[in-house]
Design a protein around this ligand. Structure first.
Ligand code: HEM
Length: 517
């Protein structure tokens, strides 16, 4: 019969592809991870027993916990499983996210030895996260590897240099966005609502700031497009976050196909919109060159188009703009939000910072020289980054074999450096490790940590955060303006439950009582 013949032809044609798919699947989910695992075991690394195909994921899904007060010993409740595994396997061990083995590291001496012989270009990012976060970062700097990373880092670094940040109008843009937020707080207080979820409000403001300083939301048309991009980027972040609970588990994205499709659709729309901003900016550049991040990158495009020069393609520019947005706004905003909480708990530090602001800035304009003179504010920032690090871990992948003493970390292995774990380690910081003591950073870059690699809020080596100067500037501008106008206390509705949701966030928001001075 005709249809049987057709069926036979179909099966004959499809079978080789199906077999190839099965072989690839078996290789990536079983053979490769197990080969890597046995190499690690041969080198003496041990860890909790994984169960295929979930690995150790099941043990990592914990019930949300709350502490009765603002209790800073958070490692034991944001990742209790790491503490448990440390007890049985030490500060370096293997665990599995689905079918992906990870080398867990919370030993700064191990990080030092591991990092000392490795160049920036030899560090990759775990493939499982690269895929997962593709709509957010594309192939932007956070995810770039090898020669591509060298080139883009070389082009992007000058945009974040203190010199560029100093001459640009970024401070005034930060002041403008923050003032808008504080006017809202004023209006809420006047209407009898002194309680504000500062996390939400600051994240929104930081999003506006990063959009302005990166792709210049100041132009007529590009301002409007920029606002739409900003809303879509936020929507995509929420969508991606909701759909990503089982990273590393094969086919897990099919558990929420609607969300994955939605993220992809948003990703395409954002790319198109950013592309139109870039094209508009390219056209208007000759008339009014600008100092925002995109402006600096576009200037590089005019300078030199040879390989090794400063040119980025439009596709690369789109990915970098998205990377600045996702890498740059929430981290800074969360460091501010956690600061406000800790200052609400320690009003004596509000007083100290207000005094410093008065002495350094007075009634004058905020500029980068004055910001640099806010020393105590710098200690407070470091102490917040230590206790509530917005980037709770650093993720890397070895692109070549790495030697540590007589052990070899094989090429391809994923690494998870537990920043929160190290920041809360009594052996490194002493008995007052959980206390809020900004003065530990007075005249001491490492806050008295016994090991220089024990405090890594911005990562380490050649891949260290490129935006840290910008972030410091934004932190100081926003905090100066808040403390000059308002006093803060903890709302009775605040429930202390920090949680790792990519970044370290307050699970139930951060309501504070905000009162004009
Ligand atoms: C408190 C604020 C911030 C924190 C805690 C933070 C933290 C980090 C960390 C831990 C890394 C990984 C470093 C490594 O692998 O060693 C990183 C990389 C990166 N960050 Fe930040 N960041 C912050 C603000 C920003 C800002 C404001 C921007 C830009 C607008 C930014 C852009 C980037 C980029 C592009 C990378 C990738 C660098 C590379 O791989 O070469 N970050 N950041």
């Amino acid at each position: 019969m005709e249809w049987i013949k057709f069926f036979k032809i179909f099966v004959t044609a499809v079978t080789p592809f199906f077999l190839l798919f099965v072989c690839k699947l078996v290789h990536s989910c079983w053979i490769f991870p197990n080969q890597t695992y046995s190499k690690l075991k041969k080198n003496g690394f041990r860890g909790p027993t994984p169960i295929f195909p979930l690995g150790n994921t099941k043990e990592m899904i914990t019930k949300p916990t709350e502490s009765p007060g603002v209790f800073n010993d958070i490692h034991s409740f944001v990742s209790p499983y790491f503490g448990r595994w440390q007890k049985s396997h030490g500060k370096v061990f293997i665990y599995w996210l689905g079918v992906e083995p990870f080398l867990y590291i919370a030993d700064p001496e191990f990080v030092r030895k591991m990092a000392s012989g490795v160049l920036g270009k030899s560090w990759g990012k775990p493939a499982v996260f690269r895929e997962d976060r593709l709509p957010m970062f594309g192939n932007g700097l956070v995810m770039a590897e090898g020669e591509h990373w060298i080139h883009n880092r070389h082009v992007i670094t000058p945009a974040f240099s203190p010199a560029n940040l100093k001459v640009s109008a970024m401070t005034s843009q930060m002041v403008e966005c923050t003032t808008k937020m504080l006017d809202r707080w004023d209006a809420l207080y006047t209407s009898g609502k002194p309680e504000i979820d500062v996390e939400q409000d600051i994240i929104k403001t930081a999003g506006e700031i990063i959009a302005k300083v990166s792709f210049g939301m100041n132009h007529g048309t590009s301002y409007k497009i920029g606002q739409i991009v900003f809303e879509k980027l936020r929507a995509m972040q929420m969508t991606l976050f909701k759909s990503n609970r089982y990273v590393g588990v094969p086919f897990s994205k099919f558990l929420s196909p609607k969300k994955s499709l939605e993220a992809r659709k948003l990703g395409k729309e954002i790319d198109q919109l950013l592309l139109s901003i870039i094209n508009l900016r390219k056209e208007s550049r000759t008339r009014s060159p600008e100092q925002d991040l995109l402006g600096v990158l576009l200037a590089g495009n005019n300078e030199d188009s040879r390989p090794g020069g400063k040119k980025l393609t439009s596709r690369e520019l789109v990915d970098e703009c998205k990377t600045f947005f996702f890498g740059g706004h929430e981290t800074t905003a969360l460091s501010l939000a956690w600061t406000l909480l800790l200052l609400a708990v320690h009003p004596e530090w509000q007083t100290q910072l207000r005094k410093e602001i008065k002495e350094v800035i007075g009634d004058g304009e905020i500029d980068s020289t004055k910001l640099a003179a806010l020393k105590k504010m710098g200690w407070v920032w470091n102490e917040v980054l230590r206790l509530y690090s917005p980037a709770p871990n650093v993720q890397r992948q070895a692109r070549e074999d790495i030697h540590v003493d007589n052990m070899v970390i094989p090429k391809g292995i994923n690494m998870w450096i537990d920043v929160v774990g190290m920041n809360h380690d009594k052996e490194l910081w002493g008995d007052d490790v959980f206390e809020f003591k900004p003065e530990r950073f007075k005249d001491n870059l490492y806050g008295g940590c016994k090991h220089k690699m024990g405090f890594l809020p911005f990562g380490f080596g050649g891949r260290m955060c490129v935006g840290r100067n910008l972030s410091a500037m934004e932190y100081k501008v926003v905090l100066t303006l808040i403390l000059s106008k308002f006093s803060l206390s903890v709302s009775p509705n605040y429930r202390h439950s920090p949680a790792i949701m990519l970044s370290l966030r307050p699970r139930h928001g951060l309501p504070l009582i905000v009162q004009p001075l």
